[in-house]
Design a protein around this ligand. Structure first.
Ligand code: DC
Length: 226
């Protein structure tokens, strides 16, 4: 059985950067589960599925085929042979993703896909329900958080650097708080800090400090590649 490091937390807490670096350091594949919810959202919008209509989203979800490939230290996703790239990172996708992520059928498809990935080897998976629902028995579970201001600042910087958008910090903050509210209050697998997780507040920590805190808290024998 592969080792699975599970990392949950709200938007912009630094989960992706931390998981990517820890994965690289230990030789674990990085898995971005949020990208799968974003792909579902992108396909809904491309195909004219109303994201407020849960029954329509549920019926559509089962037909979306997402191919997973191991590439350069992470699991990459393809739809119809094409990588979605930055098309799933736009403010429009941000605005619709948490509605799509509420739908049980969407969550069931993605949870099954994620569980199947342990066949590829050791993983570090980031998301919202990895510690609570997808791999709740992992002995390495983390809840990464930061103040809303720090999270908005980081997210905005990322969007500007990647040329995705140039919104004000206030607009980015409002968008991520709206998403967090839906993600934390939904019926199926909401974002929660469950018992037994290691909580790290990264507001005043450097990326390297957070990476080290994660590595330090891993079970003995999981740090072999260090
Ligand atoms: O991490 P992200 O911003 O890329 O996530 C996109 C959306 O998917 C966001 O609304 C949270 C949701 N999500 C989820 O419900 N469960 C996960 N395991 C990962 C993301």
């Amino acid at each position: 059985m592969a080792n699975v490091i599970a990392v949950d937390g709200p938007s912009g807490a630094g989960k992706s950067s931390v998981s990517r670096i820890v994965g690289k350091r230990l030789g674990y594949l990085h898995v971005d589960s949020g990208a799968l919810y974003r792909i579902m959202t992108w396909r809904c919008l491309e195909c004219g599925v109303d994201t407020d209509d849960e029954a329509a989203v549920a019926a559509f979800a089962g037909g979306v085929e997402i191919e997973c490939r191991v590439e350069d230290g992470h699991i990459a996703y393809y739809v119809g042979g094409e990588a979605p790239g930055e098309r799933i990172r736009t403010p429009q996708i941000n605005a619709h993703a948490s509605k799509v992520a509420k739908v049980k059928e969407v969550r069931d498809c993605i949870t099954a896909l994620l569980r199947g990935m342990s066949g590829y080897g050791n993983l570090i998976i980031e998301g919202r329900d990895i510690t609570s629902a997808v791999f709740p028995d992992s002995p390495a579970r983390f809840y990464l958080t930061a103040s809303a201001e720090a999270r908005a600042r980081r997210r905005r910087k990322e969007e500007v650097e990647k040329g995705i958008a140039n919104q004000s910090e206030e607009a980015v903050k409002a968008s991520l708080l709206a998403r967090d509210a839906i993600d934390s209050t939904r019926k199926h697998a909401p974002l929660v800090k469950v018992d037994g997780v290691v909580e790290i507040d990264s507001s005043d920590m450097t990326l390297e400090e957070v990476v080290q805190a994660v590595v330090d808290a891993l079970p003995e024998g999981w740090k072999a590649a260090e």
